[in-house]
Design a protein around this ligand. Structure first.
Ligand SMILES: *Cc1c(COP(=O)(O)O)cnc(C)c1O
Length: 404
């Protein structure tokens, strides 16, 4: 495909996408198929000779579309909403064109710098405390992770490293393996499964904190468990609070939990994966109170803020905690100006090395909607927040609105 054909096919594809989304409600939202439907519809091996674009597009309708669950359909009420907007799609196209792999500042300065600034913009929309904003004094700052699961895991791993260093500093003779075996992480019994998974991947114990009759974790419940575990010789090091739990949209009591975590040297991570977008509206912002006590905070603009998957926004109060935990510097990734204070190398903030230019999606969406447009999206779209597949309309949104 040369540039001339790309121009033509690109226009056709944009038309196809616009037609698809304009008429999506005419398609059955959930495919009526048996597992294994696809293999017989296409050849067993990749073609030897090139095929035409027309052939492929015919097969999109013949093979792919009948097997798509149409998440963007107005009849889709499963799981959670997946944000989508035309500006985000166009930005993703540009990101594909630039095709950079922005793992360090030098690997594509705009990719890194726009991300830092977009995370500040979004942080200010949420009225995050200044300590999470990169511009202010450069200790905190934001990063785009692929998913909330990765953010939770990154926070747990950084906390684990910090805890090990802290214990080693006070008792240098204790072997690392012994400290490791005593570390305990905590989360609500109502937390998302990804939190438990983070502990499994991180190889640490995790205890589930019981909740009150609104399904929220309260300070006294966590405090009691911390005391029990400390007197059993264990080392509490991480608590993942949830704002907007998956089963019932409960909000853990950050203002009670935060001071306890800070006092006990327990890293508090806050997972607000789907509810977090609402905090851009002043009337919902009180639900984020207590965030000033958190070490890290995450929510998914790709759920409810018009930025297509994948875009999970994570902030840390002290970037050294996260960078210090994962810094490995092979010779082939060294660059002369990497040690200057202005240079962020996002590869130290995440698990993979490579990363896409995802902040373009945020930039296009934030500019084309404006904060007012985004706020009115939140105010008019809460009815799409059904959470459990097959749940009765009204449950999770209903509880969300009851909280406010
Ligand atoms: C959706 C959700 C997650 C998981 O999100 P991913 O980005 O898919 O990892 C975690 N926690 C909560 C509260 C969620 O709503």
């Amino acid at each position: 495909m040369d540039a001339a054909e790309f121009r033509r096919r690109g226009r056709e594809m944009v038309d196809y996408v616009a037609d698809y989304l304009e008429n999506i409600e005419q398609r059955p939202v959930y495919p009526d198929l048996e597992p294994g439907y696809l293999r017989p519809l296409i050849p067993a091996e990749a073609p030897l000779e090139p095929e035409t674009f027309e052939d492929i597009m015919r097969d999109v309708e013949r093979v792919i579309m009948p097997g798509v669950t149409h998440w963007q359909s107005p009849y889709f009420y499963a799981y959670f909403p997946a944000a989508s907007s035309f500006p985000a799609m166009l930005a993703d196209m540009l990101s594909g064109a630039i095709g950079c792999i922005g793992f360090s500042w030098a690997a594509s300065p705009a990719c890194t710098e726009l991300e830092t600034v977009m995370m500040d913009w979004l942080g200010r929309m949420l009225q995050l405390p200044e300590c999470f904003i990169a511009e202010t004094h450069g200790h905190g700052g934001g990063v785009i992770q692929g998913t909330a699961s990765e953010a939770t895991l990154m926070a747990l791993l950084a906390a684990r490293c910090k805890a090990i260093r802290r214990v080693q500093a006070s008792s240098p003779e204790t072997p690392e393996a012994e400290i490791f075996s005593k570390l305990v992480a905590y989360t609500s019994e109502q937390a998302h499964s990804s939190v438990e998974r983070a502990a499994l991947i991180g190889g640490v114990m995790m205890r589930k904190v019981p909740t009150d009759n609104s399904y929220a974790v309260r300070g006294d419940m966590l405090k009691k468990m911390l005391e029990e575990d400390k007197s059993a010789g264990l080392i509490p090091f991480y608590f993942c609070a949830t704002l907007g739990t998956t089963p019932s949209c409960a909000f853990d009591r950050l203002t009670e939990l935060g001071p306890i975590c800070n006092e006990e040297n327990v890293w508090m991570h806050v997972d607000a994966a789907y509810a977090g977008s609402a905090f851009i509206c002043p009337e919902f912002r009180p639900l984020l109170n207590g965030i000033e006590f958190a070490n890290s905070f995450n929510f998914n603009p790709h759920k409810w803020l018009l930025v297509n998957f994948d875009c999970s926004a994570m902030w840390v109060k002290n970037r050294a905690d996260i960078i210090g935990a994962f810094k490995v510097e092979p010779l082939y990734l060294k660059h002369e100006n990497q040690e200057s204070g202005l240079v962020t190398d996002y590869r130290h903030w995440q698990i993979p090395l490579g990363r896409r230019f995802r902040s373009l999606k945020m930039w296009f969406v934030f500019r084309m909607y404006g904060l007012n447009g985004l706020q009115s999206h939140i105010r008019k779209e809460p009815t799409r927040q059904w959470f459990l597949p097959g749940c009765v309309p009204g449950t999770s949104t209903w509880s969300f609105n009851q909280m406010i």
